[in-house]
Write a protein that binds this ligand. Structure first.
Ligand SMILES: Nc1ncnc2c1ncn2[C@@H]1O[C@H](COP(=O)(O)OP(=O)(O)OP(=O)(O)O)[C@@H](O)[C@H]1O
Ligand SMILES: [Mg+2]
Length: 255
């Protein structure tokens, strides 16, 4: 079938088609189809072990699916052959994890400028100016010279977000970034992500924060057993799920 013409704005930024991944005999992704348009926030929800993190790892080339296609912008990720090509892809994709993985011996500012300087070749002065702007954005201007060990978990996670943004990514992947945080610092991290989405950054989030997912996302995807069982708008998924498994998952979280 001929593909309809799509302008660059209409073309999805991320597209997965029939993606399969196995670890040995464990078939963990069983034909994932997923589309993320530029500027959209898409949240992946689902039980532990259902394949959420594996989906993210296919998108940034940390894993190569044994079947199916992964496209990010103009790059066919599934056809990349060399580590150099995959590293080039990863420069374009921010990835924020549950563990912040900041360098403990570097200040907040140096944690943010190190990759732009070393990997992108940005001049230190320019990188620092931009890092300060990003720190203002994540409301940590007063922590420029602090070390990670002097910050709360929520503050460290906001530095990790600023560090990802310093690379000017085309999209940012978030994998349960608030799961390790004290309840009182979760909100400040979510509000930084909310601002990012409002600013138009394309975001793909794996999250257990259902109210947040409902509030910020254009699309919600529910995974179970390596499949996307249901997808839809937040209203559809959270208030009128069609699949009984989605219904059971959401109900269990509410109780
Ligand atoms: N590197 C690996 N080697 C072997 N098995 C793996 C590997 N990574 C993931 N798996 C398996 O793949 C399945 C999906 O894992 P994945 O981490 O994607 O789940 P998840 O939905 O992110 O779960 P959680 O909510 O607990 O983070 C699980 O059965 C897991 O044990
Ligand atoms: Mg996971």
């Amino acid at each position: 079938m001929p593909q309809p013409y799509l302008s660059p704005e209409q073309r999805p930024l991320v597209e997965l088609r029939n993606v399969h991944v196995s670890f040995g005999s464990n078939h963990v992704l069983k034909g994932i189809d997923l589309t993320v348009r530029k500027g959209d926030a898409v949240s992946i929800i689902g039980p532990s072990g259902s394949g959420k993190s594996t989906i993210l790892r296919c998108i940034n080339g940390l894993l190569t699916p044994e079947r199916g296609e992964v496209v990010v912008g103009n790059t066919s990720v599934h056809t990349l052959r060399t580590e150099a090509e995959r590293i080039a892809l990863r420069k374009r994709i921010g990835f924020v994890f549950q563990q912040y993985n900041l360098f403990p011996h570097l200040t907040v500012l140096d944690n943010i400028v190190i990759a732009p300087i070393r990997i992108l070749g940005v001049e230190r002065e320019i990188a620092e100016r931009e890092a300060r702007e990003l720190l203002a954005k994540v409301r940590l201007s007063d922590k420029v010279d602090a070390y990670p060990g002097q910050l709360s978990g929520g503050q460290q996670q906001r530095v990790a977000i600023a560090r990802a943004l310093a690379m000017h990514p085309e999209l940012v992947l978030f994998d349960e970034v608030t799961s390790a945080l004290d309840p009182e610092t979760v909100g400040e991290v979510l509000s930084v992500i909310r601002q990012l989405v409002e600013d138009g950054m394309t975001c793909l989030l794996v999250t257990h924060e259902m109210r947040f997912a409902e509030e910020v996302s254009q699309q919600i995807v529910f995974t179970e057993g390596g499949e996307i069982v249901e997808r839809g708008t937040p209203r559809e998924i959270f208030h009128a799920p069609r699949n009984p498994r989605t219904h059971a998952f959401i109900n269990a979280l509410r109780n």
